[in-house]
Design a protein around this ligand. Structure first.
Ligand code: SF4
Length: 354
């Protein structure tokens, strides 16, 4: 094993700081031994800072209608080969109540960018969930106005997930017609200002993305001091302009996850459904490389197959009860436990005893 690799991993595990050049080096282990060391150290940092608990967040994908045209995404407005749906409010509330009965303490409300959901409509759903259930709410509904974000927050939303997708501004512009990286950053700043626990995140293996870009992604999230970092592989979807591109690999995704854990010890890191799609034990592997969150799908099953951001997504036919049991077994199988608290920001907990 290269001495330099060993000492940089040790430095990252102890001080949680690396320069961009150092991070680029650590992101590229030379062999199996170096890779194992990186994963082992990330797992140790996760254990020291987050413990054995895995936080479950139940996701309700309540609308697959999207007015954007992101080049990689199956929900993009120009994809006419998708059945579009909006789940009626009553059904969303039932799904949330069902998840609560199964022990979920966080409900994630996720959709495409669908302006039919005015602030009033979304606030009504948020309020009803918060009034009826003792859960935290994460919103993931894309770019909105400052005023909308304020109303959602006042209605009771606790967290907001707005992935930055890539910190390479030129690549961001190519992938997101009509959108700008600057606007994305402003929104992340607004969300922080409004007191949300904020999640950003990036894709791994995008066409044209370099290792240096991935290092920038991690350093960007560290600088933004995010509470959660959603890092997952790019998986090409046949009905998009990037359908023929090659996707991100499990190995590279795990390396990025491990480095993210080394540099951001208190961040919540999900083992994404997308890594579970790349490999039957992808989520377990991610949980052993620094991840501490799993986000099972609790969308009513008849809608699930149509929330097709990427193809062959796992768990589209599982009922929430089965899914909950399956996840529990997977977590126990690697010696970990399911958390029983809300899973709020670890940074808030440590810094402000939240
Ligand atoms: S990534 Fe989000 S905003 Fe972009 S097309 Fe897909 S659902 Fe819409």
């Amino acid at each position: 094993m290269r001495e330099k690799f060993k000492s940089l991993v040790a430095k990252a595990a102890e001080w949680h700081e690396l320069t961009k050049e150092e991070l680029i080096y650590v992101l590229q282990p030379e062999d199996h031994k170096e890779r194992e060391l990186l994963f082992k150290k990330a797992d140790e940092v996760r254990q020291n800072y987050c413990g054995s608990d895995v936080h479950l967040r139940g996701i309700i994908e309540f609308s697959n209608i999207c007015e954007r045209n992101c080049l990689y995404c199956g929900l993009r407005g120009d994809n006419k080969r998708l059945n579009r749906y909006r789940i009626p409010e009553e059904e969303i509330l039932e799904a949330a109540a069902g998840a609560y009965r199964l022990g979920y303490k966080t409900i994630v409300l996720q959709s495409g960018e669908d302006s039919w959901y005015t602030a009033d409509r979304l606030c009504s759903i948020i309020r009803k969930i918060k009034e009826g259930l003792d859960v935290a709410i994460t919103l993931c509904v894309g770019e909105r106005t400052y005023e909308d974000y304020r109303e959602f927050r006042n209605a009771g939303a606790d967290r907001y997930l707005l992935k930055h997708e890539t910190a390479n501004g030129a690549l961001y512009t190519r992938l997101h017609p009509g959108m700008s990286f600057r606007a994305r950053i402003s929104r992340l700043e607004w969300l922080k200002e409004l007191g949300y626990q904020v999640g950003a995140g990036n894709m791994v293996g995008l066409p044209g993305q370099t290792i240096a870009d991935l290092a920038d992604d991690i350093l960007f999230m560290k600088r933004m001091d995010v509470d959660m970092a959603g890092i997952g592989p790019f998986i090409p979807h046949g009905n998009t302009p990037l359908g023929k591109a090659s996707g991100g690999t499990l190995d590279l995704t795990l390396r990025v996850l491990a480095c993210a854990r080394l540099l951001m010890p208190l961040v919540h890191l999900p083992a994404t459904t997308a890594v579970g799609t790349l490999h039957p034990y992808g989520r377990e592997k991610a949980l052993q490389c620094g991840a501490n969150v799993v986000m099972p799908n609790i969308t009513p099953s008849r809608y699930r197959k149509d929330y097709e951001i990427y193809p062959n997504k796992i768990c589209v036919n599982e009922e929430p009860e089965r899914c909950r049991g399956c996840i529990q077994n997977r977590i126990s199988s690697i010696g970990r436990t399911v958390a029983s608290d809300y899973g709020h920001s670890l940074k808030l907990k440590v810094r402000h005893n939240y």
